[in-house]
Design a protein. Structure first.
Length: 140
């Protein structure tokens, strides 16, 4: 009896895991590959100062008319919303990359849908690069 109930539990767990697995078809139908999307969502900056980078990200978002909703230095995240005629949300993460760089990654959403157009990301990083006065590197 004990082996039967153990087998039933194991079967239920396996079935649950299979049901939670992402659909390969849905992943393959994505508009752009994850690598291409990531290529314009992130840049590496030649600095090790996380706090200064976070402050610069915040001021850059404000310069671009975003209202900063939340910022967390420990997590390295900044979230903001742009409300001028439409609602664009952006979350920027800052984390160390190697011993001499900070990796800045931006993720934007419009109406709860991921933004795949490179223009908003390019605008953000051009402004951020000017504010940082440092060399930025595109990351593959």
């Amino acid at each position: 009896m004990r082996n039967v109930s153990g087998a039933v539990v194991l079967a239920a767990v396996v079935a649950g895991l299979i049901a939670c697995a992402p659909s390969t078809k849905a992943v393959m139908e994505a508009g752009q590959s994850a690598v291409a999307l990531r290529s314009f969502q992130q840049r590496a900056f030649d600095t090790t100062d996380k706090e200064k980078t976070m402050r610069t990200v915040i001021s850059t978002l404000q310069d671009l008319s975003f209202v900063v909703d939340k910022a967390d230095l420990d997590l390295g995240t900044v979230s903001g919303t742009k409300l001028s005629g439409y609602q664009l949300r952006i979350t920027v993460t800052v984390r160390p990359r190697g011993a001499t760089q900070m990796l800045v990654r931006a993720n934007a959403q419009y109406m709860d849908k991921a933004v795949e157009d490179p223009k908003p990301y390019q605008d953000f990083f051009v402004s951020l690069e000017k504010s940082m006065f440092l060399t930025a590197h595109q990351v593959d």
